[in-house]
Design a binder for this molecule. Structure first.
Ligand SMILES: NC(=O)c1ccc[n+]([C@@H]2O[C@H](COP(=O)([O-])OP(=O)(O)OC[C@H]3O[C@@H](n4cnc5c(N)ncnc54)[C@H](O)[C@@H]3O)[C@@H](O)[C@H]2O)c1
Ligand SMILES: [Zn+2]
Length: 357
């Protein structure tokens, strides 16, 4: 089976495979390694004779305490410097496993099998791991790419609508950030949460192909890759302000709408594919009947406070990704003053009101 991609990285190129039933095919290779999996997949593996270190995939699992616990359990399972780590789960498992792989005995090799659509279309490449400390989400982390990423699209069959929307929201964002032509190709696949697993395959390939461009040209997040933060400053703040009732991907879906609204408040009228992108994102979010009630409970001043505490800002300026008149994402710096607070607040009210009805 030829690799879907090879991704160039400073620590050596790594491969991405997209194969139906990849999880079953990988079972024999896991025998000699140590496996970290979420509850659902740990149970499935154990039924097939493969033990796993089990984590509940939530934000609490992404803490330094939980990381310490995983390291102890790895050692108890006999892990050494030469052990290969396998991670099976969504972005939360990836974050913990990637972080542990980067620090355990100063770094060991690992393989990642994403099990959520978000993991498959977005987080699995790029090599980042992020851990929460106190109230600060994703505040510590490392870059440590897996040797191989094995994508098994059949695993999407058991994802609920919110998990599917979360993945499509990130895929749409990546394709839109890449260029108009990529987003047009994305829309041709008629993405919606009810798709069968096979129909997600071309969307996964397109999204990862677009993200590959960003991570190869700017592996360490200094310039181009920062554009992929589109919707994330708002998204992270909304995720926290909702008490994590909004998942990361859904919060990013709402966040890109806020970033578009902010672009308009600042005087631009996003053009190009931006109107179709916005309509598509609103369509995805409309598939979530629980969303209006969650958003009605989100407090705007709390969200603004969280947004100001985001780690992506600079000492004197806030940094946002907005969309210009020809539909291109751009990194903008806004002074830390009352006018910026008012613009951001207006964007938040505008979007939250439109989605709360
Ligand atoms: N490291 C990165 O580059 C990166 C990028 C984006 C997001 N993230 C992080 O990823 C996290 C979100 O990840 P996520 O949305 O993939 O979900 P998740 O890992 O938080 O899992 C969400 C839920 O889905 C369940 N689940 C996983 N696979 C399933 C399957 N196939 N069928 C049924 N249920 C399944 C999990 O057990 C869990 O209950 C956030 O913490 C976010 O910060 C990291
Ligand atoms: Zn994201």
């Amino acid at each position: 089976m030829p690799a879907l991609f090879e991704i160039g990285a400073e620590g050596g190129a790594y491969t991405v495979d997209l194969t139906r039933d990849a999880l079953t095919a990988a079972l024999p290779a896991m025998r000699d390694g140590v496996v970290i999996a979420d509850e659902h997949f740990a149970r499935l593996l154990e039924a097939r004779g493969q033990p796993a270190i089990t984590l509940i995939a939530d934000e609490a699992a992404k803490s330094l305490d939980a990381v310490g616990d995983v390291i102890v359990r790895m050692r108890q399972a006999g892990a050494t410097r030469g052990t290969h780590l396998w991670a099976i789960g969504g972005g939360a498992i990836q974050d913990v496993a990637g972080f542990v792989a980067s620090i355990f005995m100063r770094g060991i090799q690992w393989t990642y099998l994403p099990t959520t659509l978000l993991g498959m279309v977005d987080s699995c490449i790029g090599g980042k791991s992020s851990i929460n400390v106190g109230a600060y989400k994703n505040i510590v982390g490392t870059f440590h790419t897996p040797r191989t990423i094995l994508i098994d699209p059949s695993l999407t069959a058991t994802l609920n609508t919110a998990q599917r929307v979360a993945g499509l929201a990130e895929a749409a964002k990546i394709c839109f950030c890449r260029d108009d032509a990529t987003f047009t190709r994305y829309l041709r696949h008629e993405p919606h949460p009810g798709l069968r697993p096979e129909a997600f395959e071309p969307i996964i390939a397109l999204s990862l192909g677009a993200k590959k461009w960003f991570v190869e040209i700017d592996e360490f997040d200094r310039k181009e890759r920062l554009l992929l933060n589109f919707g994330h400053t708002f998204g992270h703040a909304l995720e926290g302000a909702s008490g994590f009732r909004l998942s990361h991907g859904v919060a990013v879906g709402v966040g890109v709408l806020c970033a578009l609204a902010l672009s308009r408040v600042l005087g631009a009228s996003p053009g190009g594919e931006a109107p179709r992108f916005e309509a598509h994102m609103r369509g995805l979010l409309a598939a979530l009947p629980e969303l209006p009630a969650i958003l009605r409970d989100v407090d705007v001043p709390t969200t603004l406070d969280r947004l100001k505490a985001d780690k992506k800002h600079e000492a004197a300026n806030y940094r946002f990704v907005t969309v210009d008149a020809v539909g291109r994402v751009q990194l903008v710096r806004l002074p830390k003053d009352a006018a910026t607070d008012a613009a951001v607040t207006a964007a938040l009210y505008n979007v939250l009101e439109s989605l709360s009805r």
